[in-house]
Write a protein that binds this ligand. Structure first.
Ligand code: UDP
Length: 450
């Protein structure tokens, strides 16, 4: 009897901490539904994660790129370069590959598989690890830029104005970049937003969070949108090892703290903090009198190799046990810990989803790109966060922390965060909207292949 061949989906994640785990969660789900999965990864930022995903095949394309290229080119130029380098490599890989590939899913920031799929006449879908609001905001930014309607970057009062037909976002909430020029950003966004020829767009988001933006995205691109997130909460999700080494001893320190008393601070895997700002943050945390757990990634403070520049009073507070500093934390576990009462972050989408799914309210200080959009979503749509803007000084940091952890206002935000958490939890159950979207996605892929 003829053997029935499993359908093979090739998946291409972007080689960044904020991108890889959510695509791996999707890969686990598709694998649990009977698809054969091949993951094509970059040599850049590589860490072997294959042992956590038995049954999934992994291949690496030798892009020859390294961290020093990010430093010399800047992140934006690096992403453009990575895409140009990888397109011929993927073509070559597919032409020498033994397994028949039926379908391609690629991360929006590594868009090089799009042309390869078109050349090979393979159906494809875009995976966006960020919010639907972000996808739309990129188009809004491109349109306003093309029509000459963007206020200049130094026109402060104009930047405060709401973008017409894009409430509640102000011009300054649009996804500008801190990593390169506007001209190059537009080239990147044109590629990232080129989705109309795709069979669909998969978002690591939920209908319960972004219903109207998901509808707008569907209208905008004229293809189905699948809000399947938060993917780290789906049943089949396997834990994807972090690209950085986690310091788990902070969980023991959390055990010693009172419920909802700790402010957890983390700016994700890429954002940088000015050293002057870090000093003000440090002193603000000291003055707040609240326990704090602060992730300071090596190299994430501009111009500083070590933490010696932080004030003595801060070091003393850490020595006394009221503060804890790590290079990288097991963030999802930290956020689920009963002691954590608030999360100071940069508005990274994964951080927001993880905070919401743990019912933790936030203080956001966006740094670049989609973080501005997410911050506005959280502060003005879901109202589970507030943004800390302008020049940062210790008194403002102290007040922000106390407002979130101690004051009634923070308590109300925590209640809203808890309601959202319950809605998000419901969306990933077998009756929920994200689970339905996953089922619809499986059907759509099957139909494209058959
Ligand atoms: N993260 C972590 N430990 C840390 C800091 C961050 O595990 O100490 C994880 C966090 O859980 C999230 C990801 O890194 O999944 C950061 O993604 P996000 O989208 O928030 O920000 P990005 O790094 O893309 O700017």
């Amino acid at each position: 009897m003829e053997e029935i061949r499993q359908r093979r989906v090739l998946m291409v994640p972007a080689p960044f901490q904020g991108h890889l785990p959510s695509m791996m969660n999707l890969a686990s789900y598709l694998s649990s539904q009977g698809f054969s999965i091949t993951i094509v990864r970059n040599e850049f930022n590589f860490k072997d994660i294959s042992h956590n995903f038995p049954g999934i095949k992994f291949f690496t394309i030798k892009d020859g790129l390294s961290e020093s290229d990010v430093k010399s080119l800047g992140l934006l130029e690096f992403v453009l370069e990575l895409n140009s380098v990888c397109e011929p490599l993927l073509k070559e890989f597919l032409s020498n590959h033994d397994d028949v590939v039926d379908f391609i899913i690629y991360d929006e920031f590594v868009y090089f598989p799009r042309c390869v799929a078109e050349d090979l006449n393979l159906p494809k879908m875009v995976f966006s690890p960020s919010s639907a609001a972000t996808s739309i905001s990129r188009c809004v930014l491109m349109e306003n830029q093309a029509n000459g309607l963007l206020p200049p970057q130094d026109a402060r009062s104009q930047l405060e104005e709401t973008v017409p037909e894009f409430h509640p976002f102000r011009f300054k909430d649009l996804p500008f970049t801190a990593y390169g020029s506007m001209e190059r950003l537009m080239i990147l966004y044109e590629n990232v937003s080129n989705r109309a020829s795709s069979s669909g767009i998969i978002h690591n988001s939920s209908d319960c969070l972004e219903n109207s933006f998901i509808t707008t995205a569907q209208e905008n691109w004229g293809v189905p949108v699948y809000p399947v997130g938060p993917l780290h909460m789906t049943n089949s999700a396997m834990s994807c090892p972090s690209l950085f080494e986690e310091e788990r001893n902070c969980l023991e320190w959390l055990e010693k703290q009172e419920t909802n008393s700790v402010i957890y601070i983390s700016m994700g895997s890429l954002a940088m903090t000015q050293d002057i700002e870090a000093v003000e943050m440090a002193m603000g945390f000291v003055q707040s009198n609240q326990p704090f757990l602060w992730v300071i990634r090596p190299g994430s403070i501009t111009g500083q190799e070590s933490l010696d520049f932080l004030p003595e009073q801060f070091n003393q507070t850490v020595t006394d046990g009221r503060g804890f500093v790590v290079k990288w934390a097991p963030q999802k576990e930290v956020l689920r810990h009963r002691a954590v009462g608030g999360f100071w972050n940069h508005g990274g989408w994964n951080s927001c989803l993880e905070s919401i799914s743990s019912g933790v309210p936030m203080i956001c200080r966006p740094y670049s790109g989609d973080q501005r959009v997410n911050t506005r979503l959280m502060s003005h749509v879901w109202q589970t966060a507030y943004e800390i803007e302008g020049v940062l000084e210790r008194g403002a940091v102290e007040m922000a922390v106390r407002r979130l952890i101690v004051d009634q206002e923070g308590e109300e935000m925590r209640m809203r965060a808890t309601i959202l958490k319950e809605e998000v939890e419901a969306s990933v159950t077998t009756e929920g909207s994200s689970h339905n979207s996953l089922n619809n996605l499986v059907q759509a892929i099957m139909m494209q292949i058959d």
